[in-house]
Design a protein around this ligand. Structure first.
Ligand SMILES: [Zn+2]
Length: 365
């Protein structure tokens, strides 16, 4: 008999997470402790853990991306030392493993962690050390997980070429660095502003994902693809290039949506976050449900676990509940992410064949 789709069953099922910002996933207790250590506490809006969580979530729910991004001042402030970054990376891994995640890609922008003199290599060294310590402890606790890293350049800054050169250099010795991303405010900062960095990334065969969730909507997604993005961060507004056939109710695709479907470009969607910044009115109005059923390569992500107050399991459950997904459909969301991850092909195959497919086949049978 098919297992019922419940919140607990979704929590226990293996999951894959491709879009999660390290500086958006800190534990509230960790922010308070690290703030205390570095003298940042007087700058915090409150030292009450419950009130601090509520403050971050209010920022996320402001429906204003710039106000949302402003909350990162406090998380980034406590990630200016190798010890701080290592701890946050470690906790990210064990928290995701406890939530049933078996493979994840976390991301950060090293240029935001240099306020006290850390350089690119020191940031990556601390990040990778934290990820590996987390993997060891998670495995010892019976929750094996692998977590790789995506390195972002901030699109509002002018360091993308330097960052992508560093990414290309460091991946030779640090296999945890698997891709390059453009992050931060999007409107007014299209990927084409970073054409030189993206051309270098393509020439060096780096994996590329690019955020595209804000107006001008389709232009940003199109711009990201023409600069070589293998995956799109969010892409939520691609639904503006779709309509419904009034007679059949079927999804009718414009040229961009058709391209994304036909080429199976992965969309790293984060329904709660997309709702909070005002891209869609609610999770039920999110295109992820119709896109999944039309065969798009979509996956479910958290984006910022702290600010959006979500977990991979709560996001997957929210989508399953909003669209009445069955286990085949939930399994497809997870497999889409596994197949589109930037892990080596052999790792992806092993993950799908040995972990994901058997688990979802059992749940659906
Ligand atoms: Zn993001």
């Amino acid at each position: 008999m098919t297992a019922q789709v419940t919140r607990d069953a979704v929590l226990a099922a293996p999951k894959v997470l491709l879009h999660d910002h390290l500086d958006g996933g800190l534990r509230v207790a960790t922010i308070l402790e690290l703030s205390d250590e570095i003298g940042w506490t007087p700058r915090l809006p409150t030292t009450d853990p419950v009130a601090l969580q509520a403050w971050f979530t209010r920022g996320a729910e402001s429906r204003d991306l710039l106000q949302y991004l402003a909350t990162f001042e406090h998380t980034i402030a406590v990630m200016q030392t190798q010890a701080g970054i290592e701890r946050v990376a470690y906790e990210c891994v064990v928290d995701l493993a406890a939530d049933g995640v078996v493979y994840a890609e976390t991301r950060l922008a090293p240029e935001q962690h240099e306020q006290q003199g850390l350089g690119f290599d020191a940031v990556i060294e601390a990040l990778a050390a934290g990820l590996r310590r987390g993997e060891r402890d998670a495995a010892a606790a019976g929750r094996p997980i692998e977590v790789n890293a995506i390195v972002c350049a901030m699109r509002t800054e002018e360091r993308s070429l330097e960052v992508v050169h560093d990414v290309d250099r460091i991946r030779a010795t640090e296999p945890k660095v698997v891709a390059f991303d453009l992050a931060g405010a999007e409107t007014g900062w299209p990927p084409s502003l970073h054409a030189e960095a993206l051309a270098f990334a393509r020439a060096r065969h780096l994996n590329i994902t690019i955020h595209a969730s804000e107006p001008p909507d389709l232009e940003l997604i199109s711009d990201a693809l023409s600069h070589g993005a293998h995956r799109i961060g969010h892409g939520v507004r691609l639904d503006r290039d779709t309509s419904r056939d009034p007679a059949t109710g079927e999804l009718v695709l414009g040229p961009l949506a058709r391209y994304v479907l036909d080429h199976q470009v992965h969309l790293e969607m984060a329904p709660t976050c997309n709702t909070q910044i005002g891209a869609v009115p609610s999770v039920a109005d999110h295109p992820i449900g119709p896109f999944l059923r039309a065969g798009f390569n979509v996956g479910v992500n958290t984006d910022n676990r702290l600010m959006s107050h979500v977990l991979p399991s709560s996001e997957l459950w929210a989508v399953a509940e909003a669209f009445g997904l069955d286990w085949h459909e939930i399994g497809r969301l997870v497999r889409n992410a596994a197949e589109s991850s930037f892990a080596p092909h052999e790792v992806r195959r092993r993950l799908i064949e040995q972990v994901i497919d058997p688990a979802y086949a059992a749940l659906a049978s």
